[in-house]
Design a protein around this ligand. Structure first.
Ligand code: ZN
Length: 315
């Protein structure tokens, strides 16, 4: 066959395999038909969110994780240069890691919801930088905070105007790169409900942070209502009083209840942990990552079990 036809044939074969689920099965098996290790995702900033990320990525891979939630520089004005993005892509390849999603930026002076117009425009440029980075690393979701709705009426009107302008400006950028925006719950479900009602699932979804949800009276009830829009998760534990980012199963999050909703949700990516060493009492990075990997395995099994009970199949 001429080369062009061979390539066309291969693409069509892959499409057919993807349609039937065969591609997914093939990806989860090696040449001997044995299953690869469970897909689990760890946040890149479990130890620190600034500086060279190479040591953390290497340790995440060494601990058995297959995926990474990119969380470095999520709350700074840091713009990733082409050279930095290319180097991160090389580390992902060298360590056998896949990007789950990327925590994009609520910057300090570049802020997509700033009432100052030039700061908002700079904030849009910062988020666009992360959309391009996500696409370059093979990902399809960025996660954003909106901040709280101001109390004063004029400030509140300005907040919605600025947020609307930023979402309108970012929509074509996101579509061009095949990336969707997940709005993360902090304590702001009313904002999320309004945004998800105003924008379709091909542009906006929900990132459920179960630690933040655990500090609300009924976080899981909020998730239940929006589970069809769930496209990202931040999984970590706390005592309901503070945002401690502990490993799962170490405090008071209702993991069984969460697993049941995840199993019925639109979310189809790995269990993705956003736990941090800072409040864990563990000082050894490998020991911390092992605890998170064990907890992630336990949670993935809970989700799988719930999916089987519900009659859903999950990838
Ligand atoms: Zn989070």
């Amino acid at each position: 066959m001429p080369a062009a036809i061979v390539i066309h044939h291969q693409v069509e074969t892959l499409r057919t395999m993807a349609d039937t689920g065969a591609l997914r099965r093939r990806e989860s098996e090696n040449e001997n038909g044995k299953a690869h290790p469970l897909h689990l995702s760890m946040t890149s900033d479990y130890a620190t969110s600034t500086g060279c990320p190479e040591p953390a990525l290497r340790r995440i891979a060494d601990a058995g994780f297959t995926h990474v939630h990119w969380c470095h520089q999520w709350n700074t004005d840091f713009l990733y240069d082409h050279a930095e993005i290319c180097q991160i892509a090389r580390w992902f390849k060298d360590f056998g890691l896949t990007l789950t999603d990327l925590h994009a930026s609520l910057g300090v002076e570049k802020c997509w919801v700033s009432p100052r117009e030039y700061e908002r425009e700079a904030g849009v440029a910062l988020v666009a930088n992360r959309i391009a980075m996500t696409a370059r690393l093979g990902g399809d979701v960025i996660i954003m905070h909106t901040g709280n709705e101001p109390r004063a009426e004029t400030d509140r009107a300005r907040f919605w105007t600025q947020l609307g302008r930023s979402l309108d400006a970012l929509e074509p950028v996101a579509r061009d790169h095949g990336v969707r925006i997940a709005i993360e719950n902090t304590n702001d479900f009313p904002i999320i409900r309004r945004l998800l009602a105003d924008h379709g699932p091909d542009y906006l979804g929900l990132c459920y942070d179960c630690g933040h949800g655990n500090m609300l009276p009924d976080g899981l009830g909020e998730l239940e209502e929006l589970k069809d829009r769930l496209i990202a998760v931040h999984l970590h534990d706390n005592d309901g009083q503070g945002d401690q980012h502990l490993p799962p199963f170490t405090a008071t999050v209702d993991w069984e209840g969460l697993a049941k909703i995840m199993a019925r949700s639109a979310y189809r990516k790995p269990v993705s942990m956003e736990s941090s060493m800072h409040n864990s009492g563990i000082t050894d990075e490998a020991a911390f990552l092992k605890q998170c990997h064990d907890a992630g395995t336990r949670l993935a099994n809970l989700v799988e079990k719930a999916a089987v009970q519900e009659g859903h199949s999950i990838s």
